[in-house]
Design a protein around this ligand. Sequence first.
Ligand code: 4NP
Length: 159
Amino acid sequence: MSESVNVLFVCLGNICRSPSAEGIFRKVVEAAGLADKVSISSCGTGSWHVGKAPDARARAAAARRGVDISDLRARQIQASDLTAFDYVLVMDQQNLADVQRIRERNGGTRPELFLHYGRSSHDEVPDPYYGGEKGFDTVLDLIQEASEGLLAELRKTLN
Ligand code: 4NP
């Protein structure tokens, strides 16, 4: 059992999938009354978008579900994140390989595919960046379901 837990979502750019996961999971945690016990952040493996707000399409899709992610700003993962965060949840196999490479050199929390906490047969949140608007709704559906599974998991470890 622990008093609190912290969760890091990781994608490639930190402007589409992982900030969406941060926003949706924060809403799920707040609805469960656990906001003071769970801290949530996100980052990207790449550096191209550092400092930028989430993609306009991701902001709009989240807003349609009552989630405001417009204040988030992209940052790149650092080796120290793997020691700072209890859960490091990646969106796809490429993110997993990239974070595993960091962990091989520096140790820390073992990264996992976020969708392992979902019930669907998908194990990757597809990159929506080069697709249309609809891709962003698919991303949010997958994130919502995995967020509920993750909440159930965290409830087991929190006091
Ligand atoms: P994300 O999406 O990893 O979900 O933030 C992407 C954002 C930007 C790029 C790729 C994926 N990009 O190549 O710039």
